[in-house]
Design a protein around this ligand. Structure first.
Ligand SMILES: *Cc1c(COP(=O)(O)O)cnc(C)c1O
Length: 313
């Protein structure tokens, strides 16, 4: 797997006005179909599975999951079986995300919310492991210790590409932020923008992933930019994101990278960043999610950049 993404300097009147330099680390460009942080998080998990001669991988996600989409492709590439435990009804199996997943050979097992809630329950996981003794079980979103190492490579690449002061990243499960913080080792300010409510829980989760290493101090999670909750957004915020895409020519989606952008704009307006800072925004990819939102009628298909359609099966 190739893991090198470009760093792009962005010119925008807002940034000039606040006298900051802004660059975007284009992890959305890691691969034409599969992108972003899920790809980074899977890298060492798949390597581990191959080295230990596992037969396949089992993981968890919702019907529109970026993680399952990336996992399906990565497993196909590595000739590993992929089994997904999917929250929701099997009616969803022909949606954009899951059509691609099936195209790459992923097996889908649909479960109700109650069963899905057991995904971190040790008894449940032990039973699953006994049922599939030769499969590696990866948590939802791929956030485990091996994922942290893969994400840490973003920091190594950035250190080769530029000098910078602050790094912004959207936060879902916290694995990406934890991986960046660990590898950065207090060299930069790392700011997570929570894309869901309950972000006190997220801070604890990031600490847990960092093994409660209290030496790692230069990070924070901003909680005011979830826009109403996970995957929720108003037409106004969707438009703001789209406008920025039009000006910069860079595609964003409104669930993760778009919320990071809106949070960043607000922090800038509030004077959060000193003049002359170089701020890097990590574009975590996830553009396949646009298709699912379009299918649900939540985005205008004529305005948003639709990712490649799955082959007709
Ligand atoms: C999953 C995801 C995130 C959040 O990453 P976590 O490691 O779960 O915090 C951010 N951006 C995109 C596009 C994602 O798919």
């Amino acid at each position: 797997m190739k893991n090198l993404s470009p760093l792009q300097v962005i010119n925008h009147p807002l940034f000039t006005r606040h006298q900051v330099k802004v660059s975007i680390k284009r992890d959305d460009q890691i691969h034409p179909i599969i992108s972003g942080n899920k790809w980074r998080k899977l890298h060492y998990n798949l390597k581990f599975a191959k080295e230990k001669q596992y037969q396949g991988i089992i993981s968890f996600g919702g019907c529109y999951s970026n993680h399952l989409h990336a996992l399906a492709y990565a497993c196909q590439q590595q000739q590993l079986e992929a089994l997904a435990i999917v929250r929701g009804e099997s009616d969803n199996q022909n949606n954009y995300t899951l059509s691609w997943a099936k195209h790459w050979g992923m097996h889908l097992s649909f479960v109700d919310r109650q069963t899905y809630r057991k995904r971190q329950d040790l008894t449940f996981l032990n039973e699953l492991q006994q049922q599939y003794p030769r499969h590696l079980i990866i948590p939802e979103g791929g956030s485990n210790q091996l994922a942290l190492s893969g994400v840490g490579e973003v920091i190594n690449e950035l250190n080769q590409q530029c000098t910078y002061d602050s790094l912004l990243v959207p936060v879902g499960s916290g694995g990406t932020l934890a991986g960046l913080v660990k590898q950065d080792n207090n060299e930069h300010n790392i700011i997570g923008i929570a894309v869901l409510k309950q972000s006190d829980y997220l801070t604890e989760e990031v600490k847990r992933l960092l093994n409660n290493d209290s030496k790692l101090q230069r990070w924070t999670i901003e909680n005011d930019y979830h826009g109403g909750g996970y995957a929720k957004f108003t037409p106004e915020s969707a438009n703001q994101i789209l406008q920025f895409s039009t000006i910069t020519g860079i595609p964003f989606e409104p669930i993760y990278s778009g919320k990071m952008l809106l949070g960043f704009f607000d922090l800038l307006e509030k004077g959060y960043f000193a003049a002359n800072q170089h701020i890097v925004l990590l574009h975590t990819g996830g553009l396949q999610g646009i298709a699912g939102l379009a299918e649900q009628g939540r985005l205008n298909v004529n305005e948003w950049p639709l990712p490649p359609a799955p082959p007709v099966s």
